[in-house]
Design a protein around this ligand. Structure first.
Ligand SMILES: *Cc1c(COP(=O)(O)O)cnc(C)c1O
Length: 366
């Protein structure tokens, strides 16, 4: 039995009639940019995240960039971020002209190590940008203490963690800003690119809204240079349909992860992800002892037509585009890049498919 890494078409086709209705509604409205669908989606999303404001944007990357711009971060500033994450986290920092300062991760949670961050603070450090990687919240208690001790802004990269919580609090509601992505493979996926910024700070929300639309306020008057970071009405309307299913999908992801945890427990040379409460399981990521074994398991699964992916094979502090930065010490990030492999955990997976993946992994490890 072939098992895909995920099946976004199946998820969307199950909602075909509602998605068609949303499309028709927008088509007939004649309003395609920043209308009622966007503002309703913003309000509904803010409610989910427990924030005052939601600001729909064009992608998760643009959400990060807009958050940094709204905080006035730019050349001469340093921003702490994990090295073990998707590129957009650090890429957005670099695009403002600020310097990404790479912080190591905890091997058991894949998330930013606040103690290491502490040692990398300088008088130029303006913000910390933790990532809730694979759907698991970073240690926001430790990160909150770090930020407080050094007067840093916090931007949460919650792109992979829609619906996750830290000690009961939704991600995206604990920093100055939360940045979400609705890339089709995320927990809440659009039918294209889309993103969201969350904040409970009225001043920052206003700044972000203005910068989202070329810094224009009032019409054709520009006090600051912004960009076109707007969310489409169409994507907002489609996301509103899908958002009503998010809790259900996360419960299904959690069920799949729990099944893996019990079926794969005790498998030799296989380290399972920590099953922390509040995890939203965008990925189920296991670890092997080294790169050779990891690559061999990936090949074994591929041969059995079982989807898998290496998120991420290279830590960001080792990327050629960041060679201009001072050398960063992130040994755990390097180790994780050698060890990780993500298995299918998507909501529509059947119990048999989970069993099939488990069987194949167990056979390889035995
Ligand atoms: C997906 C992702 C982003 C970027 O989101 P896009 O919508 O693809 O621009 C940023 N950070 C992380 C950690 C991501 O996984």
């Amino acid at each position: 039995m072939a098992v895909p890494l995920l099946d976004v078409a199946a998820q969307n086709l199950a909602l075909e009639a509602e998605l068609q209705d949303a499309f028709t509604r927008v088509l007939h409205s004649g309003r395609y940019i920043l209308g009622e669908e966007v503002s309703s989606f913003e309000n509904e999303s803010a409610t989910c995240c427990g924030t005052v404001h939601g600001i729909g944007v064009s992608s998760g990357t643009d959400a990060l960039l807009l958050a940094l711009m709204s905080l006035g971060i730019g050349p001469g500033d340093e921003v702490l971020c994990p090295s073990f994450t998707f590129f957009a986290t650090a890429g957005s920092i670099a695009r403002t002209g600020a310097t990404p300062v790479f912080v190591d991760s905890h091997a058991n949670t894949f998330n930013l190590n606040a103690e290491d961050a502490h040692g990398k603070v300088t008088e130029r450090t303006k913000a910390v940008l933790p990532v809730h990687l694979f759907g698991q919240a970073a240690d926001m208690t430790a990160i909150g203490q770090l930020a407080k001790a050094h007067s840093l802004h916090i931007i949460e990269d919650a792109a992979q963690a829609q619906g996750a919580t830290w000690e009961g609090i939704p991600v995206g509601g604990m920093g100055d800003f939360g940045a979400f992505s609705f890339y089709p493979t995320k927990n809440l996926g659009a039918l294209g690119d889309a993103g969201l910024l969350t904040t409970s700070n009225d001043t920052l929300a206003e700044r972000a809204r203005v910068l989202r639309n070329h810094g224009m306020q009032p019409k054709y008057h520009h006090a600051h240079v912004g960009g076109n970071f707007r969310l489409d009405e169409l994507q907002a309307a489609l996301l509103r349909v899908k958002q009503t299913k998010l809790d259900e999908w996360i419960a299904l992801r959690t069920g799949n992860a729990a099944q893996y945890q019990s079926l794969l427990a005790g498998t030799p040379d296989l380290i399972l992800p920590a099953a922390a409460p509040g995890h939203s399981w965008n990925q189920f990521t296991v670890r092997l002892p080294n790169r050779e074994r990891r690559n061999a398991l990936a090949a074994h699964l591929r041969a059995a037509e079982i989807g898998n992916e290496i998120y991420y094979p290279e830590a960001l502090h080792q990327q050629p585009c960041f060679a201009y930065l001072p050398t960063a010490t992130c040994p755990v990030a390097e180790q994780l890049a050698d060890q990780v492999l993500s298995l299918p955990v998507f909501p529509e997976m059947t119990e048999d498919q989970v069993a099939e993946v488990t069987q194949s992994v167990s056979t390889f490890c035995a």
